[in-house]
Ligand binder design. Sequence first.
Ligand SMILES: O=C(O)CCC(=O)C(=O)O
Length: 250
Amino acid sequence: MSEASSPAAQFARDGFVYIPQLLSPAEMDELSANLERVVREVVPTLSKAEAMFEDYSDPTSLKQIAHLDAHDPYFADLMRNPRIVAIAEELLQDRVVAQNIGYFRKPPGRGKPTPAHQDGYYFCLLPNEALTIWIAFDDVDEENGALYYVAGSHLKGVQPHGASHVLGFSQGLTGDKSSELGQEVLCRVRRGDCLIHHSLTIHAAGGNMSSRERRAIGLVFYASRAKVDPELKRQYKESLSRQQQQLGVA
Ligand SMILES: O=C(O)CCC(=O)C(=O)O
């Protein structure tokens, strides 16, 4: 592979990179079995803010789990997987600090879109150097909630965000500046593929009105050189807790 097309070069240029079949079918089967176990056994013990539903009266409408790694040792171990950590270190050109794993599901027929955002707005880092490794459990395309990235937007800094009032994604980009900041790229993936995005890369996802599943996990790593800015974090948390109260999940 030439330097220009190496994953690190693509990540530096576009702010995201696609790695097909990061996990083998056997690894995905193991991951799926553990996810199903967590959904069955752990989710019922979690708070409304930790396990989020499109409709809290319907257990089949699970849409998100925050901090999977904090709730289950299998997922805590996954964050230490040497192959995954090595990829994160290569792309961020630094040692990394594992943060958390989120589960992102768009239930068939009713999964809502993900608002355009930069993860870095939530992370509040200086410098804002982190990434998310997003691993698909299902084939995903524009009908069941594919991710879109704005290529190159990670080079333009943190953009203004405001309260989105979307459960699980409290902050969204204000205004429609995405076209000024780079070209939007739709990323279709297969089960076992992964997409890795920089913390400043603008991304969004469609809803899922199809009859197919759309499940993914996102593993977040911060570069060692990135430090949380306490004042930015305080403002973010205030907005989050105001919205959680309005949405009745506090
Ligand atoms: O899966 C999604 O819809 C959104 C995921 C996301 O925003 C992320 O992993 O940073």
